[in-house]
Write a protein that binds this ligand. Structure first.
Ligand code: FAD
Ligand code: 2HG
Ligand code: ZN
Length: 587
């Protein structure tokens, strides 16, 4: 067997026999899946870019069961592919050939939560969003958040050392994971499930498994430190005319908001167009050409701010409202905005979570020739006013808001917000009480975050996607995007850049009608050489998996690769765990 697209040979592992199946059935009764239809979803990755042909999927519930399975597979020389939520971006989560799939889906129990320290101990198969809910009910948050939260498992997050949308504030999982339990290739259970903040007793073995993508062991349980839930949550979404202004905005926000800035994301105008085209989500603030913003940035989650051009349709605002709208026209005003955001955070109303959304617009380098409004709204029990989701639907619906917000206020206007769950109707009289519109279901901040979190999905609907996830010096983060647009010309359908600007992480995606080796040849090794030239990383947060293992040498010296191989041999001498992944193929 040879993989269709990549030149890789099946290694001489055993093939699962009838006796093996019977043995598995004794280990995990009723949880040995062999039905091809059920297996299909686990053989294909989220991006639908890789397909394995595994014939067996095992669903253990406990670490002991994982241990029995691995001990058996080790003895029989059967290859194993651990799978969490199967949302990985680099083809690590699905078999390349017929590896046995070991799913953590049924290992989904919370073991304990300590509400003094915020330490959560749980099994590896817990879904991230469910853990978030669990700890939020107890006044804490998970230190990581990502678009795949509804599907990915915490074990998968650790195995990929996922970054995501809160990295800027809470840092790498390498810092917030206090301990883990892993089962080694030969079935040994390694219990390092500590809950201590400080523990300098020799080598920090858990770090070996974080980011090892299932090649060194199966993570079965996790101990993780959850920070307290902030009392105020705000998001800002800003439109900027160029990347220089994006950087300047970051610099100002970071400088003024300090640690309460938990995310600083950016997306270029093409991303916004694709999210509109494929998912019918529209930017809450839009302008008319040539005033349309080239970039949007979203920062949060303590502060929700969304920005974009509000040029068109301002005339429809009643004069008295227009007069009350704070104006954001200069760097000074951005400073004022930050002050407002930080004081609203500090001042919070006790006991309730506030969600404040601020719509504002920047033009020219820093301001349009006439005042640009800032609309401040609230989606969630904040300052006593809410508004109806249906107001966000329909084209160019002026969004009237009640009075009474902290800083004068306010009005809002949303251009053509075809929000997913919006009934697309005008507010009913019942929904509007005394001019106060209620927002019963989706908090506005979530609707706004969807614009950013669903870019990956929009790109997948645009055609064949070539994905690059690179770390670069932040000042040069966007340089490669226009460069590639020029280089590829009409051969690419779209070239987009977005990502975690605050972490220096660019998601560079190129879409085309179909896969083409010629286009791939234009992209690679060019992108990797360019990245190496900046001393960047060819995988900032998605890992290596199957797809990027041939490019590790651009970011790691040969000595480091050699040591990685030695560690792999030590922990998994027969190489049964996630073969063909993470380590470069040997000549
Ligand atoms: P899987 O995809 O199932 O597996 C990923 C790898 O980990 C595989 O190599 C697998 O073998 C291994 N693995 C899984 N579970 C275990 C275990 N228990 N023990 C050992 N090995 C294991 N990533 C980011 O870093 N930041 C983002 O912002 C981000 N956003 C995303 C948004 C979307 C819409 C999608 C689809 C993906 C995104 N990702 C992001 C990719 C990210 O890697 C995953 O979403 C997540 O961390 C993988 O978790 P999973 O449970 O789905 O793991
Ligand atoms: C994100 O930040 C994810 O949205 C996915 O890491 C990035 O699809 C991508 O390129
Ligand atoms: Zn990302």
């Amino acid at each position: 067997l040879t993989h269709e697209r990549y030149p890789v040979q099946r290694l001489p592992f055993s093939v699962v026999s009838e006796e093996d199946r019977a043995a598995f059935e004794r280990m995990v009764p009723g949880r040995v899946i062999m039905d091809p239809e059920e297996l299909e979803a686990s053989n294909v990755d989220w991006l639908r870019s890789m397909r394995g042909c595994s014939k067996v999927l095992l669903r253990p519930r406990t670490s002991e069961e994982v241990s029995h399975i691995l001990r058996y597979c080790h003895e029989r020389n059967l290859a194993v592919n651990t799978q969490g939520g199967n949302t990985g971006m680099v083809g690590g989560s699905v078999p390349v050939f017929d590896e046995i799939i070991l799913s953590t889906a049924l290992m989904n129990q919370v073991i304990s939560f300590h509400d003094m320290s915020g330490t959560l101990v749980c099994q590896a198969g817990c879904v991230l969003e469910e853990l978030s809910r669990h700890v939020e009910e107890r006044g804490f948050v998970m230190p990581l958040d990502l678009g795949a939260k509804g599907t990915c498992h915490i074990g998968g997050n650790l195995a990929t050392n996922a970054g995501g949308l809160r990295f800027l504030r809470y840092g790498s999982l390498r810092g917030t994971v206090l301990g883990l339990e892993a089962v080694l290739a030969d079935g040994t259970v390694l219990n390092c499930l500590m809950s201590l903040r400080k523990d300098n007793t020799g080598y920090d073995l858990k770090q070996l498994f974080i980011g090892s993508e299932g090649t060194l062991g199966v993570i079965t349980a996790v101990s993780i430190l959850c920070p307290p839930k902030p009392r105020a949550v705000n998001v800002a979404f800003l439109g900027c005319p160029g990347f220089a202004e994006v950087l300047q905005t970051f610099h100002t926000c970071r400088g003024m908001l300090g640690e309460i800035l938990s995310a600083f994301e950016f997306m270029d105008a093409t991303c916004m167009q694709l999210v509109g085209r494929h998912l019918h989500l529209a930017s809450p603030v839009q302008g008319t050409d040539p005033m349309r913003p080239a970039f949007h940035v979203a920062c949060g989650h303590f502060v929700t701010v969304f920005t974009g051009w509000l040029e068109s349709g301002l005339e429809t605002l009643p004069r008295r409202v227009w007069d009350q709208v704070p104006v954001l026209t200069s760097p000074f005003d951005l400073t004022r905005l930050c002050k407002g955001l930080s004081s609203s955070h500090v001042g919070g109303c006790s006991g309730t979570q506030r969600v404040c959304s601020l719509f504002c617009a920047l033009a020219g380098p820093w301001g349009p020739s006439r005042p640009t409004p800032v609309a401040q709204t609230s989606g969630h029990a904040w300052s006593g006013f809410h508004y109806c989701l249906s107001c966000l639907g329909g084209p160019s619906v002026p969004l009237p808001l009640a009075h009474g917000a902290a800083r004068g206020s306010l009005w809002g206007r949303v251009e053509c917000g075809h929000w997913d769950r919006c009934p697309q109707s005008r507010p009913t009289p019942q929904a509007c009480r005394g001019g106060v519109l209620t927002c019963p279901s989706l908090p506005l901040s979530q609707a706004l975050w969807a614009l950013r979190e669903r870019i990956t999905e929009a790109l997948s609907r645009d055609g064949c996607v070539y994905k690059y996830d690179i770390s670069l010096p932040v000042e040069r983060l966007y340089d490669l995007v226009p460069d590639l647009r020029a280089r590829l010309g009409p051969r690419a359908k779209h070239v987009v850049g977005y990502g975690h600007l605050g972490d220096g992480n660019l998601h560079l995606n190129v879409t085309a009608e179909a896969f083409s080796t010629a286009l791939l040849g234009e992209l690679e090794p060019y992108v990797y050489e360019w990245t190496a030239g900046q001393r960047g990383s060819v995988s900032a947060e998605h890992g290596v998996g199957f797809k990027k293992r041939h490019v590790l040498g651009y970011s790691k010296p040969p000595e480091a690769l050699h040591l990685m191989r030695q560690l792999k041999t030590l922990l998994d001498p027969k190489g049964i765990l996630n073969p063909y992944k993470t380590l470069p193929a040997q000549a």
